[in-house]
Design a protein around this ligand. Structure first.
Ligand SMILES: Nc1ncnc2c1ncn2[C@@H]1O[C@H](COP(=O)(O)OP(=O)(O)OP(=O)(O)O)[C@@H](O)[C@H]1O
Ligand SMILES: O=c1ccn([C@@H]2O[C@H](COP(=O)(O)O)[C@@H](O)[C@H]2O)c(=O)[nH]1
Length: 236
């Protein structure tokens, strides 16, 4: 029995690279989709925001010295590419997926229209929110918080490269320890960088819990959705 009826799943863009230097690794995206399909079979309504780090960091060298907002628009377009790849892979796996973009790009994907997104979710379609918030100076984590609040998701599930929130970045500090739960206030006061402060603040204000867990651990998403002991819960 799933613990949630509707979730907002934030997928790491960078994790899509798999072992490649940049871009989308086929086996990795197929595995992610299998895990998403498993959760939809539990009857959970799934909305997704995917990052752009796998593509944007690949071209970021060329963005050095660029106007920040222009570089951010490039990053948002990278998330559109990832969203298209994800939706295509989901369709091939038998799921019905819809991509909605925060930036007008209508020849490619339909625009984000909240009532339409809600309708798709109620119909059991997986909705992928592309192009972040549509605004520079933000991140896809903030887009996940924003869309999660808008669609009335019960939780934001951040599937990322680490298996939870640590006392310090575990990729830099091997002595860092993992929290089972932590409040938004404490995470922000300690400046824990696993999610940006704008996203944390929005989730806190909207009383929208966040679960951070590993995107690489097979079965972790299903376990989280079933309410299992996995990753770190960030709460009000
Ligand atoms: N206190 C912390 N606990 C856990 N991870 C942390 C912490 N501080 C920093 N991090 C880093 O945050 C990263 C996850 O967030 P990040 O936004 O970089 O990735 P993502 O959202 O998964 O990827 P993308 O931006 O490509 O979508 C981890 O890989 C980890 O190195
Ligand atoms: O609302 C948003 C979302 C994203 N961006 C830009 O895109 C890249 C990629 O997103 P990640 O969250 O880092 O995966 C991000 O670095 C921003 O440059 C944005 O401007 N606004």
């Amino acid at each position: 029995m799933p613990a949630y009826k509707r979730i907002l799943l934030k997928l790491s863009g960078e994790a899509l690279m798999g072992d490649d230097a940049f871009g989308i690794n086929r086996a990795t995206i197929v595995r992610m989709v299998e895990e998403i399909a498993e959760v939809t079979r539990l009857g959970v309504e799934v909305a997704i925001v995917i990052g752009g780090g796998n593509i944007f960091r690949g071209v970021a060298g060329g963005s050095v010295g660029m106007d920040r907002a222009t570089a951010d628009y490039m990053g948002m377009l990278a998330t559109v590419m990832n969203s298209l790849a994800l939706a295509d892979t989901m369709e091939k796996a038998g799921l019905v997926a819809r991509v909605m973009s925060a930036i007008a790009i209508e020849q490619v994907v339909e625009p984000y229209v909240r009532p339409k997104a809600l309708q798709y979710l109620e119909e059991g379609k997986v909705v992928v929110f592309a192009a972040g918030t549509g605004n520079p100076f933000f991140t896809t984590d903030t887009a996940a918080a924003l869309r999660g609040a808008e669609i009335g998701a019960e939780i934001v599930l951040k599937a990322t490269k680490v298996d939870g929130v640590y006392s310090a970045d575990p990729n830099k500090d091997p002595s860092a320890t993992r929290y089972t739960t932590i409040s938004f206030d404490e995470a922000m006061a300690k400046n824990l960088q696993v999610m940006d402060a704008t996203a944390f603040a929005l989730c806190r204000d909207q009383k929208l819990p966040v679960k951070v867990f590993s995107i690489f651990k097979p079965g972790a998403l299903r376990n989280v959705v079933l309410g299992g002991d996995e990753g770190t819960l960030v709460h009000v």
